[in-house]
Design a protein around this ligand. Structure first.
Ligand code: GRF
Length: 186
């Protein structure tokens, strides 16, 4: 099976990155992680890139020249899909337009509810009965692109931000790979 190429963007821990890499090792998973891009040179997730011998690039999101270098690298490596996995910067219009329908993101709420930051706080404050995560296409508006897949769970009585994060991320680690399969096989 010829696997398609993924580029994963991270800023922090990289637990979703790790889940995708682990899943990609399975023979019938349709993709492999070809490169990793981080805007943060101290991102813990870079240790995962090193451990798995996957080339990584530090991306200066404020520099046009830095952006062009990453765009060229993505083109040169024939990347089919760009997956934002805890990437905490907004991509420029130029970047988004360079890869139409080829950038996806994972967000820790049931979009369109609770876009942006501090999601778990918002879920608790709003006394939601259920929450979860969403994989969606990236467009020029934050967390607004077409929804690809969502998974949810019901909140228990004594939830707090930590318990919500644990439960949400457990779902994220499954749903992101499933969404990648759906996109690449269709
Ligand atoms: C995830 O919860 C994701 O939904 C959000 O950022 C978090 C990143 O976690 N966009 P990790 O770096 O993959 O552990």
């Amino acid at each position: 099976m010829v696997k398609k190429n993924l580029c994963i963007f991270i800023s922090g821990n990289g637990s979703n990155l790790k889940a995708i890499i682990d899943r990609s090792r399975i023979y019938n998973f349709p993709a492999q992680v070809k490169i990793i891009v981080s805007n943060n040179q101290k991102a813990k997730g870079l240790a995962i890139a090193k451990k798995n011998l996957i080339p990584f690039f530090i991306f200066d999101s404020k520099s046009l020249c830095g952006e062009m270098k990453i765009i060229n690298e993505i083109r040169r490596r024939k990347i089919h899909l760009i997956c934002l996995a805890g990437y905490m910067k907004i991509l420029s219009k130029n970047f988004v337009k360079s890869f139409p329908n080829s950038i996806i993101n994972i967000h820790p709420s049931l979009l369109p509810k609770f876009k942006g930051l501090k999601t778990y706080q918002k879920v608790l404050k709003n006394k939601e009965k259920k929450t979860g995560c969403t994989v969606h296409y990236v467009n020029e508006k934050l967390d607004c692109g077409k929804i690809i897949k969502r998974k949810y769970f019901f909140l228990e009585k004594k939830e707090n931000e930590k318990s919500l994060k644990n439960k949400t991320q457990k779902l994220e680690h499954k749903i992101y790979s499933e969404a990648i399969i759906d996109i690449l096989k269709s």
